[in-house]
Design a protein around this ligand. Structure first.
Ligand SMILES: Nc1ncnc2c1ncn2[C@@H]1O[C@H](COP(=O)(O)OP(=O)(O)O)[C@@H](O)[C@H]1O
Ligand SMILES: [Mg+2]
Length: 469
């Protein structure tokens, strides 16, 4: 899919609230910002979830008993819209989870949540509240964000910001999305001199360090503080219960700014991420088709068609280190090569022979590499057997069977057939390369050419190459 094509589905504008410090007003900011955004522009869907386990979001927004899963399910692959609940004040939310330890262990990259969000179909604006540390989920939430709001209330919390900035540097992310927001500012505190108050001082320090700082700040207000401490155990929003406070007006100003940013963002990161994923998928498909095209589909030994038939006789995949030859081998054909040339088993193969049975079993768990070398003007084969981790199990030099070579009967040596079909070079010589063989699933041999598996094969090539030095 080309990136210019319209993408079906919804792609939210993501705001992540993050700070390594606890108690700086993250959750208050996340929840109330959601409410103000919705109240000030009813047409825009607003959703929220938290990776923290304090259940503030659940307490504030739940209308009905829980009917869907939690953020844990978002991590493990449930579509975002299937988890969204309609909540109070018109804000949609995903239920929090008491413990995400298990789910966190499944996170493989800082892009996993970005992927989940790109596939979530969540519309409008999505706010993510995070835990007060830069753990995997916070890192993921930062990666997914169009806008990161970092509440700072004092010098220590400002000091801590550098870790978020450093993380963005490490990941090569655009730091333009990071904005500090002075929170819990006590307006009664005044200083002499140039920096007249807390917010001016914090802002000056922030700018001096190259951080962007919001024009809006949030004051500390006893009224706001009281909103989550009351006899009914509820958490009230500033919108309805903090009217007349400075904080109320400050949230209006902040929400206005955010709505402006939202409206001017034509391509939120979730959309761009989705486009990137689609093009990656397409690239993978193209690469797979190209690999298939360059792979022979008949067994190099017996000439029988292996792919596209229902014989399910494919047992092994081979590819030369230089990539010029690749194909599938019938299981029996390759085992015959191993038994005759590598394990010196004489005569016809007997399938009930215990040695042969052992060979069959161990071959399913091994990788094999062959390289032709010249020794005293005689061609010999360096043989390597590696385990799944790429560790060398066997390494020795073996000979072609007696009558191998250019003699009329030479083709009766399977090793010679294999080497000459895969590694032959100019004018009867052998190339300075090797051929690597790996067992495949006969049910689905082409699987080896799919992204992950092929990557595994390629890395095994490097490990095999190292054993030939
Ligand atoms: N503007 C404010 N004025 C007064 N108290 C506030 C304000 N914002 C948050 N608080 C209080 O500060 C404490 C920490 O806020 P919270 O939003 O939970 O921070 P965090 O999520 O960063 O830990 C809470 O008790 C909250 O009620
Ligand atoms: Mg919090």
């Amino acid at each position: 899919m080309q990136s210019s094509e319209p993408q079906p589905g919804n792609f939210p504008y993501v705001i992540t609230i993050s700070s390594e410090k606890g108690g700086v007003g993250k959750t208050t900011l996340a929840t109330n910002l959601a409410i103000f955004l919705k109240a000030m522009n009813d047409d825009i869907p607003v959703s929220i979830f938290s990776f923290d386990n304090h259940f503030t979001i659940d307490k504030m927004f739940t209308i009905r008993p829980q009917q869907a899963g939690t953020v844990a399910d978002l991590i493990t692959g449930t579509k975002g819209t299937d988890l969204l609940q309609t909540g109070q004040y018109g804000v949609n939310f995903i239920h929090s989870s008491a413990n995400l330890t298990k789910e966190k262990s499944l996170i493989k990259s800082p892009m996993d949540i970005a992927r989940a969000i790109a596939l979530s179909d969540i519309p409008g604006i999505l706010i993510i509240d995070t835990r007060p540390d830069l753990e995997t989920l916070t890192e993921n939430a930062l990666y997914a964000a169009d806008r990161v709001l970092i509440p700072v209330k004092d010098m220590p919390s400002l000091e801590n910001c550098k870790n978020i900035f450093a993380l963005f540097d490490k990941r090569g992310l655009d730091k333009k999305s990071l904005v500090l927001l002075p929170c819990l500012i006590d307006e009664r505190i005044k200083f002499d001199g140039m920096f007249v108050d807390q917010k001016t001082l914090l802002r000056a320090f922030a700018i001096n360090r190259g951080y962007k700082c919001h024009d809006v700040f949030i004051s500390k207000s006893p009224k706001v503080e009281s909103l989550n401490t009351n006899p009914d155990g509820k958490i009230y929003p500033i919108l309805t219960h903090g009217r007349g406070t400075d904080v109320h007006g400050q949230f209006v100003a902040l929400a206005q700014e955010i709505l402006k940013e939202y409206k001017s963002t034509k391509e939120p990161r979730s959309l761009l991420f989705h486009q990137w994923m689609s093009s990656e998928t397409q690239r993978e498909k193209d690469a797979f088709v190209a690999r298939m095209g360059g792979t022979r589909k008949d067994c190099l030994f017996c000439g029988k068609e292996i792919l596209g038939t229902d014989t399910k006789s494919a047992g092994y995949y081979f590819e030369t280190a230089d990539g010029s030859q690749a194909g599938f081998l019938e299981s029996d054909c390759f085992l015959k090569l191993l038994s005759a040339s590598v394990f010196n088993m004489k005569g016809e193969v007997r399938y009930d022979d215990p040695t042969f049975m052992l060979l069959v079993e161990s071959a399913r768990k091994s990788f094999f590499a062959f390289r032709v070398i010249e020794e005293n003007s005689k061609n010999r084969v360096e043989f390597r057997r590696l385990d799944n981790g790429g560790n060398l199990l066997t390494g020795r030099t073996i000979d072609f069977l007696e009558n191998a070579g250019s003699a009329p009967g030479g083709r009766s040596c399977p090793l010679f057939t294999f080497a000459s079909e895969s590694l032959s070079g100019y004018d009867g010589s052998f190339r300075d390369s090797f051929v690597l063989v790996q067992p495949v699933n006969p049910e689905n041999p082409e699987d080896i050419l799919q992204k992950e598996h092929y990557r595994g094969f390629a890395s095994m090539k490097a490990k095999a190459a190292a054993t030939f030095i």
